[in-house]
Design a protein around this ligand. Structure first.
Ligand code: V47
Length: 365
């Protein structure tokens, strides 16, 4: 394989990867331009194995989307809608508590909770959401509110990001998910999500969280109108931020789903692009401990393959996914832990059930 990699013009990158040296923007371009997916997988797998061996992580989690009412109305999103839309919904704190109560019998360790930028829910609602979940099951880790929501909550509270995060932490917030990053490029934001906070603000909020001891994830929404250069700039901005604050746990490439969005004329991503984004991310984000293959968006089979292309995490059981399913995802709403374990084992890897912060709960040997 090394001979083939050299023939593909990736010999210098191979040397760098073997010597654990940082790859450049130019290297990233070469990787994206390479259409030999096995060569990319071979390279990414070197980094994956160095960082995580055969361990492949998953979590028993539950998604809760408290409301889809949103003032941003991004063009790529089929989830967010206006308050008077017939699709609009809003859960009360009691509704959310009930969702958690309904699944008390399951070994769920994490609540993943995000929503839209709601025009009139007060700051107190968000505090009560966190407190309410903790009341029902205190040991749950709540991974909630993207950096975009945090900016909104700070506005609502009339406080700084630091003060807002302290209040949320005190109410039960454990970490932040990686959504809302989209593509940092101002060009892309202008066209697809002009009302959303700019990329540098997203990064600044993530880094503020890191400095306060809150871990976060990071995402990139790929497969719409972004260029390869814009993807690379996004990845390198994340790498730089991680050098500074080291609080990102995982990077998750998110495959664009066009159905029911204002960009529904676009096609869905291909399997090659899905694997390429996993592989390039693994190679460029040398300071990120984990790369997630989010089975909800790329399908369990592609996520399984991604384990040989740099990914070491399959996210979790999920159960009620709305954001991608509103945009036409054909995957199940949830997946059993036994299925995740089987997928991981058949890929020749070791299934490791983890908590949000990657502490091992059980190795399914
Ligand atoms: O913020 C919106 C994206 C995100 C579409 O942190 C879309 O571990 C595809 O961030 N097609 C939400 N993507 C999902 C997310 C996430 C998922 C799983 C794990 C983690 C984590 C984070 O989905 C949104 C937005 O960036 N999105 N619309 C769409 N049509």
């Amino acid at each position: 394989m090394e001979k083939i990699i050299c023939e593909r013009g990736l010999g210098e990158i191979l040397n760098k990867v073997n010597n654990n040296e940082r790859l450049s923007l130019e290297d990233g371009k070469k990787l994206y331009e390479c259409d030999d997916i096995l060569a990319l997988g071979y390279l990414a797998n070197i980094v994956r194995n160095r960082k995580n061996g055969d361990n492949t992580y998953f979590i028993y989690n539950q998604h809760i989307n408290y409301s889809n009412i949103c003032t941003n109305l991004c063009k790529f999103c089929a989830f967010g809608c206006e308050k008077d839309s017939n699709l609009a919904y809003e859960m009360s704190v009691e509704d959310v508590k009930q969702k958690v109560r309904e699944r008390l019998g399951e070994p769920i360790t994490e609540i993943h909770m995000v929503g839209g930028i709601h025009p009139d829910l007060p700051f107190e609602y968000y505090i009560e959401l966190l407190k309410g979940i903790k009341e029902v099951k205190p040991e749950l880790h709540i991974q909630a509110f993207t950096c975009v929501e945090i900016a909104h909550l700070a506005d609502l509270a009339g406080k700084s990001i630091v003060e807002t995060l302290e209040l949320l932490k005190a109410a039960g917030l454990g970490s932040l998910p990686g959504g809302g990053a989209e593509v940092f490029s101002p060009r892309i934001r202008e066209i697809t999500c002009e009302k959303k906070i700019p990329g540098d603000q997203w990064l600044e909020i993530a880094q503020t969280a890191h400095r306060q001891g809150l871990y976060t994830n990071a995402t990139m929404l790929y497969g719409h109108i972004e260029t390869i250069d814009e993807r690379l700039e996004h990845l390198l901005a994340l790498r730089k931020a991680q050098d500074e604050t080291n609080g990102f746990l995982a990077f998750i490439p998110l495959a664009f789903h066009p159905k029911n969005t204002k960009m529904s004329d676009l096609s869905r991503t291909t399997g090659i692009d899905d694997l390429k984004n996993i592989a390039v991310a693994r190679l460029l984000l040398d300071n990120f401990p984990h790369i997630k293959a989010y089975w909800v968006m790329i399908g369990p089979k592609m996520a399984q393959l991604a384990l040989s292309f740099g990914a070491d995490d399959m996210d979790g059981t999920v159960k009620e996914e709305v954001i991608t399913h509103m945009a036409g995802a054909e995957t199940e709403q949830g997946i059993g832990s036994e299925t995740l374990i089987r997928l991981i084992k058949e890929a020749g890897r070791i299934p490791v059930e983890r908590d949000t912060l990657y502490t091992t709960i059980e190795v399914h040997g």
